[in-house]
Design a protein around this ligand. Structure first.
Ligand SMILES: [Zn+2]
Length: 239
């Protein structure tokens, strides 16, 4: 049922308290330079690799985003030339006339999405460096079994606002670059497909931002190899 995913997603968000105090890292392990003079306690953790309930929820949301994109893309393919005059549909005409093979077009999109994912993680890595201390060590990796690529700066704490910027930067920058290239080349369908597939792969980032956004009292976020740990100051806990 369609609403099940929404309810389970909300449940995941609301279960923030169930993850509280499970953080495996103590304040003494903090290697960051931000907020380390303040006493803080973990309020929740996110573990993309070990939380068995989380990945299916994120996958469901990715599939829904792709379904919406597919409907919009197919609708544009057939209807846009009649209702959106003045826009070049070069790849549509080329596909319909056989100048471009559908298989080749799809392979090109798949390769571009892989490239986007690499750029995505590099943007995360750059942001980890920009917002973090000079000595921050940033790692890039991939879990093929889970289909997850990641960049992490384990042990480094960031201000909550900065961590949300780190999470959202790749989704925003890659999407804007796709829009820019589409404007420049006129390949609207191609780059709409690439941007949609990339955004569907960003649900983990969106999930972290949603969790942080839900708790305005979060003072810092510590990146971990598996996800993140959110902290609040001790006086907030006591209050
Ligand atoms: Zn990401």
């Amino acid at each position: 049922m369609q609403t099940n995913g929404i309810h389970s997603f909300r449940a995941q968000v609301e279960q923030g308290t169930s993850h509280r105090m499970n953080a495996p890292v103590s304040r003494n392990d903090n290697r960051g330079e931000r907020n380390n003079s303040k006493a803080e306690q973990p309020i929740f953790t996110i573990d993309f690799f070990e939380d068995a309930e989380l990945l299916p929820v994120l996958t469901t949301y990715s599939m829904r985003m792709l379904a919406v994109a597919l409907v919009l893309g197919v609708g544009a393919f057939f209807a846009a030339p009649y209702i959106m005059h003045g826009i070049s549909w070069a790849e549509r005409d080329a596909l319909l006339s056989g100048k471009i093979s559908c298989v080749g077009w799809l392979l090109g999109i798949a390769g571009s999405v892989v490239l986007c994912c690499v750029v995505h993680e590099l943007i995360h890595a750059l942001c980890f460096k920009l917002f973090g201390p000079v000595h921050a060590s940033v790692y890039l990796g991939c879990r093929f079994a889970l289909g997850i690529c990641y960049a992490s700066a384990p042990g480094i704490r960031y201000r909550a606002q900065d961590y949300m910027c780190i999470c959202l930067a790749p989704a925003i920058i890659v999407s804007l670059v796709c829009v820019f290239i589409a404007c420049y080349t006129g390949l609207w369908l191609t780059f709409f497909a690439i941007a949609s597939l990339h955004l569907a792969a960003c649900t983990g980032d969106f999930y972290m931002v949603a969790r942080i956004w839900q708790y305005p009292q979060i003072s810092s976020c510590e990146d971990t190899a598996q996800g993140m740990i959110a902290y609040v100051e001790d006086d907030v806990c006591a209050g």
